[in-house]
Design a protein around this ligand. Structure first.
Ligand SMILES: N[C@@H](CCC(=O)N[C@@H](CS)C(=O)NCC(=O)O)C(=O)O
Length: 207
C-alpha cells in the first residue's frame, strides 16, 4: 500500500491506523502548496487525485482510494486482527457514525475555515462557535469512556488529528476536561506517538 500524505494533515490518521495494524506501507509526501501540486517522487499530484487533496491510498492491486472515512475503513477491514472497527452490526455503524461526524462536523465544517488563510473573519467566527458546541458534545460523550466507542478505533485516530489542529490553533481546552484527558491519553499510545513525532518533524522541517 502507498499513502499519499502531507505532514500533520488529516492523512496522519491513516498513518496511525497503519502503525496499529503493523501494515506494510510506503509513505509518499505531497506538497499541496506547490503549483502544480507535486508528490515527492516528481509525480503531478492531480494525476493521482483530481481533487488535489490528501489522503489517497493506493491499495496493493492499484486501486486508488480517496476520502479519510473510506480509507480508514479500508485499512481497518484489511487488517481485521488489529480490531480497528467492528466487523458488522450496530457496533460497526457507531464507529462509522463517528467517522462521519469527525469528517463533516469537525474537519470540513469547523477546521477548514479556521485553518484557511483566505476565509473571512465572519466565517472563522461562525466556525469557532460550531467548534465549541461540537467539542462540548464530545466532552460529554467521553466522560467515563476511554475511547469514542468501546476500544480504540479508526475514528479515534481521525479525531486525534483534529485535536492536534485544535492545539495548533490554541483552542482553550479548559471547558472540556474529559476531551483534554482523552487527547493526552491518545498522545501516549505508541502508534499515535510515533505517527505524531514523525509527522511533526517533517512539518517543522518544511516550515
Ligand atoms: N473530504 C476530504 C478532505 C481532505 C482534506 O481536507 N485534505 C487536506 C489536508 S487535511 C488537503 O489535502 N488540503 C490541500 C488542498 O485542499 O489544497 C477527506 O476527508 O479526505
Amino acid at each position: 500500500m502507498d499513502l499519499y500524505f502531507s505532514p500533520m494533515a488529516c492523512s496522519m490518521a491513516t498513518r496511525i491506523a497503519a502503525y496499529e495494524a503493523g501494515a506494510d506501507i510506503r509513505f509518499l509526501k505531497v506538497d499541496t502548496k506547490a503549483r502544480p501540486k507535486r508528490v515527492e517522487d516528481g509525480t503531478e499530484f492531480l494525476t493521482v487525485n483530481a481533487m488535489g487533496q490528501v489522503p489517497v491510498l493506493r491499495a496493493d492491486d492499484g486501486e486508488l482510494i480517496v476520502e479519510n472515512a473510506v480509507i480508514l475503513q479500508y485499512v481497518a477491514d484489511r487488517f481485521p486482527a488489529a480490531g480497528l472497527i467492528p466487523a458488522e452490526g450496530a457496533e460497526r455503524r457507531k464507529v462509522q457514525s463517528w467517522l462521519s461526524f469527525v469528517s463533516s462536523e469537525l474537519h470540513t465544517g469547523a477546521f477548514i475555515p479556521l485553518l484557511s488563510k483566505t476565509a473571512p473573519e465572519g466565517a472563522k467566527a461562525f466556525a469557532r462557535e460550531l467548534l465549541a458546541e461540537r467539542l462540548a458534545y464530545l466532552d460529554a460523550h467521553l466522560q467515563g469512556r476511554e475511547f469514542l466507542q468501546g476500544k480504540f478505533s479508526v475514528a479515534d485516530a481521525y479525531l486525534f488529528v483534529m485535536l492536534t489542529w485544535a492545539r495548533y490553533l490554541s483552542i482553550d481546552f479548559s471547558p472540556y476536561p474529559a476531551l483534554s484527558a482523552y487527547r493526552d491519553r491518545l498522545q501516549t499510545r505508541p502508534s499515535v506517538a510515533r505517527a505524531f513525532d514523525e509527522e511533526f518533524t517533517l512539518f517543522k522541517a518544511a516550515a
